[in-house]
Design a protein around this ligand. Structure first.
Ligand code: UGA
Length: 423
């Protein structure tokens, strides 16, 4: 099929690259000339396992990036993959969705044949059926017999996005009518996964509800962890026992410093603000956010208990990315921890295998090191913020510290003498 992807960011690029790998003819519409150049040269502008191989194989063949919307006029299916950033009050900024929809509509003005416009970005329920539909139909001057509408959420984890795309747990297709839904299903023909067809608003809500539920599992595990620590119980043993119940499942029960990234914090806040705008008080979701916000302060409290006042002391921070296998620091739990440490006058020596260039933009004033050992040298205390597998091998490196005080926010270390945030 001829597929146009509007937005060559994280979701658009992975989606476009994977569709090209499945044999479709894909064009990514992107405004950033640097990204266009990189995609067409077969070199991914972001780090994502497996992406480079796919790009190298397909770029310039059945995968191309360009600035204009000309490909849209020829497309069987157009995916909107633009950003939906949070506004200061937690609600969703839909301005990129609106402008992409109008541009798609203009491009479809003189086209012939049936095309489906699919929203892949995470958007509040009804966005596809109202804002997107109105903008596309208005700008194109065409009817719903000629243009279909659908919402097809992504469930891609950063760092594992290509694998998640190729082996999805499910494919959710919310559509305005069966013809549109069928056209979207066809583009996934090569994948083997259960397909569920819904209304567009239900598909939009499935995405929010999925992320909110996963975030709830994490905050629940953290609350359990905080209680278990006070009672001298190993929360990891507890959640292993809990997760073996097939009604609960073993994943997303790892207690620690909480969830970060570009999705969970943003999506749970958006759901809270959607509920509040309708006069509801979403108490459970508010608690999920509150538990998450409190975990970084707990790290500092434990650190101060062990190391004494931190003013003037050197604290090594291992791990800056919001999780392992990515250079993404958006809403990383390391950010509030570093902020608090700087506020109380600590000196910070930081290390991360991938995320240092990103974190330098946020905290240019702290010192960064190219190995964990260098960051640990002479430190009065150390905190581990990200579950990088390489940290599990650290042991003798901690002997380089002035004092071997190690507080861990993710259960990744295997050496002795470590205190965990929840264990
Ligand atoms: C998340 C969802 O997992 C994807 O399904 C979804 O498509 C994506 O958001 C999105 O909406 O685009 P992602 O943000 O890449 O994916 O990261 P996750 O692997 O889900 O981890 C999120 C955060 O939760 C990380 O900070 C991680 O360290 C933390 N986490 C995860 C825990 O603290 N404990 C756990 O047990 C699991």
């Amino acid at each position: 099929m001829r597929v146009s992807i509007v937005g060559g960011g994280y979701v658009g690029l992975v989606t476009g690259a994977c569709f090209s790998e499945l044999g479709h003819q894909v064009t990514i519409v992107e405004i950033d000339p640097e990204k266009i150049r990189a995609i067409n040269a077969g070199s991914p502008p972001i780090y994502e396992e497996g992406l480079e191989g796919i790009l190298k194989k397909n770029a310039g063949q059945n995968l191309n990036a360009e600035a204009g919307y000309t490909s849209v006029a020829e497309a069987d299916i157009v995916f909107i993959c633009v950003g939906t950033p949070p506004k200061p009050d937690g609600s969703v900024d839909l301005s990129y969705i609106e402008s992409a929809s109008s541009s798609i509509g203009k491009a479809l003005q003189n086209s012939e044949g049936y095309c489906v416009v699919v929203v892949k970005s995470t958007v509040p329920p009804d966005t596809t059926g109202t804002i997107v539909r109105h903008a596309v139909l208005h700008a194109s001057g065409r009817t719903e017999r000629e243009i279909g509408f659908a919402m097809n959420p992504e469930f891609l984890r950063e760092g594992r996005a290509v694998a998640d795309f190729m082996k999805p747990d499910r494919i959710v297709i919310g559509s305005s009518d069966p013809r549109a839904g069928h056209q979207v299903e066809r583009v996934y023909d090569a994948l083997h996964a259960p397909v569920i067809h819904t209304k567009t608003s239900a598909a939009e809500m499935i995405k929010y509800a999925s992320n909110a539920f996963l975030a709830t599992k994490v905050s629940f595990s953290n609350e359990m962890g905080n209680i278990c620590k006070m009672m001298g119980i190993d929360v990891y043993e507890v959640m292993k026992g809990v997760g073996l119940d097939h009604r609960i499942g073993p994943l997303f029960l790892n207690a620690g410093t909480g969830f970060g990234g570009s999705c969970f914090p943003k999506d749970v806040s958006a759901l809270v603000s959607l509920a509040e705008a309708r006069g509801l008080k979403p108490e459970l979701l508010q608690a999920v956010l509150a538990v998450n916000e409190a975990q970084p302060s707990r790290m500092i409290e434990i650190l101060e208990k062990r190391a004494g006042p931190l003013d003037g002391k050197q604290v090594a921070v291992l791990g800056l990315a919001f999780k392992d296998n990515t250079d993404d620091i958006r809403d990383s739990r390391a950010i509030p921890v570093i902020q608090k440490l700087l506020k109380i006058g600590a000196r910070i020596s930081a290390y991360d295998p991938l995320a240092i260039p990103q974190m330098k933009k946020v905290f240019p004033e702290i010192s960064y090191h190219s190995t964990a050992a260098d960051a640990l040298r002479g430190a009065d205390a150390c905190i581990v913020m990200t579950e990088w597998p390489e940290f599990s091998r650290l042991d003798r490196e901690f002997d380089l510290m002035a004092h071997r005080i190690i507080i861990e926010g993710r259960k990744i270390l295997t050496c002795k003498g470590v205190e965990g945030i929840c264990w």
